[in-house]
Design a protein around this ligand. Structure first.
Ligand code: PLP
Length: 464
């Protein structure tokens, strides 16, 4: 296969992509396959001789779409979305065509400088101080890991401890139980240890209690631990909990602790001014992450981390062996020094295309519609017999339960076997509840109102 063949097949692939996306409403969101069904269709050994592209493409069509969970399905209401607007898909194709590697300014000047400008555009779009700088990671998990590694190094190495954890007191990181498991993973990878992640009690609204945070830090200092940082959330994964950032950051700062805000999902909504009270005080944070790939329409993967001052993160993650040295390296930004991996994809291009192709106004309309339609669907579900609404709606996320835990789980199974919509579960206050998030880029009000319709149909006649 050469580049002429690539051009030919790219046109076929583009037509296939359009037809695939147009067909999604007629497909079940999740495929009807069992573990092993796909691998059973693949030969045990790779081919010795080249296969013709016609055969490869035919096998793709035969095996893949029918065994795919359709994340771009307009009735995908599970987890959080991983949206891919057509404009971002086009940009991704172009970035793939260039196939560069943006570890240094000189290895990808355009990617490097568009990244810097996109970070700047996004600070303005989200209402963050436009003095914030930042970088693009693959995922929020990596951004949070980078922040926690920086907390660790700031607490140890920058204080003269070059032996790291082996010669250190026990570090402590603070977060509420509503933060994502990526925080647990980061403290584990950072060698801090999961038992040193202090889960600070929350208030009635499931946001971290500032007094509880203060008490936990003081108790740890008395017990001889070294507090290193606080991770806060805006829009927790389970029920959308939001920590009171201003009060918690103030306490962290009083103890000279670094703060990181995980707004992986909810951050996109901050392009709408009316939602910004949810992260009031964010401008005082040392690090903030949000995923444009969740709710802004920028194709997976794309996680943006903002920092008022990247110095500590660069001291933590940056290395300059001889083979990576470049001219003028002290005046330019080489983003590999801000991130865990050395190699970096050209992710900024799809942000650029998305923001330009839809405009902030177009993106705001989508997010506002999602929130309003979620509210309508929630009200209809609350009026159905046997259903309860255990948590408040946060942005476009809410939960419901049906009679007992067992019956809720049984209903979830029925919903997903039915296939018209896709929902997933969480536990809240020891109850099994079903989450609904509305956020798919192309969903309509009718798609969202399919949720109460399906629930009604599946439970009709079942309420005693
Ligand atoms: N933080 C929150 C609040 C999330 O909801 C998620 C994933 O859904 C993550 C972090 C992890 O995101 P990623 O898949 O980008 O690592």
């Amino acid at each position: 296969m050469n580049h002429d063949d690539l051009a030919h097949w790219s046109k076929i692939a583009a037509d296939w992509a359009r037809d695939y996306h147009n067909s999604l409403r007629d497909r079940p969101v999740r495929p009807d396959v069992a573990p092993g069904d796909v691998s059973a269709q693949l030969p045990d050994t790779p081919p010795e001789a080249a296969d013709p592209l016609t055969e490869i493409f035919a096998d793709f069509e035969r095996i893949v779409p029918g065994a795919t969970t359709h994340w771009q399905h307009p009735r995908f209401f599970a987890y959080f979305p991983a949206n891919a607007s057509p404009a971002s898909m086009l940009a991704e194709q172009l970035a793939n065509a260039i196939a560069g590697q943006a570890m240094l300014w000189q290895t990808a000047p355009a990617a490097n400088e568009i990244e810097a400008v996109m970070i700047h555009w996004l600070t303005k779009a989200l209402g963050l101080p436009d003095t914030f700088t930042g970088t693009i990671h693959d995922s929020a998990t990596t951004a949070t890991l980078s922040a926690i590694l920086t907390m660790r190094e700031r607490a140890l190495e920058f204080n003269g401890n070059t032996a790291g954890l082996s010669a250190s007191p026990r570090l402590r990181i603070y977060a509420s139980a509503q933060t994502h498991s990526s925080v647990d993973k980061a403290v584990r990878i950072a060698g801090i240890g999961q038992e040193n992640l202090v889960k600070v009690p929350t208030r009635d609204d499931y946001g971290m209690g500032p007094e509880a945070l203060s008490a936990a830090i003081l108790a740890d200092i008395t017990a001889g631990y070294t507090p290193a940082g606080v991770v806060l959330c805006t829009g927790g994964t389970s029920i959308g909990a939001c920590d009171p950032l201003a009060a918690c950051i103030k306490i962290a700062k009083a103890h000279n602790l670094m703060t990181h805000v995980d707004a992986a999902w909810a951050g996109s909504a901050m392009i709408c001014e009316e939602f910004r009270p949810l992260w009031e005080g964010v401008e005082a944070a040392d690090s903030v992450v949000f995923n444009p790939h969740k709710w802004l329409g920028v194709q997976f993967d794309c996680a943006v981390q903002f920092m008022p001052d990247p110095t500590n993160q660069i001291r933590t993650l940056g290395l300059r062996p001889e083979y990576l040295k470049t001219q003028g390296q002290d005046e330019i930004v080489n983003y590999n020094e801000w991130t865990v991996p050395l190699g970096r994809r050209f992710r900024a291009l799809k942000i650029w295309f998305t923001l330009r192709a839809y405009g902030l106004d177009g993106l705001r309309t989508r997010i506002r519609n999602h929130v309003a339609w979620a509210q309508e669907a929630r009200e209809e579900i609350g009026a159905l017999e046997g259903f309860t609404l255990p948590t408040e709606q946060r942005l476009s996320l809410f939960t419901f339960a049906y009679k007992s835990d067992a019956e809720t789980a049984e209903l979830l199974d029925k919903i997903n076997r039915d296939g018209r919509i896709y929902l997933t579960q969480t536990t809240h206050e020891d109850r099994f509840v079903i989450r609904v998030q509305v956020g798919q880029f192309d969903c309509t009000r009718d798609d969202v109102m399919m949720i109460p319709k399906v629930l009604k149909e599946l439970t009709e006649g079942a309420v005693s």
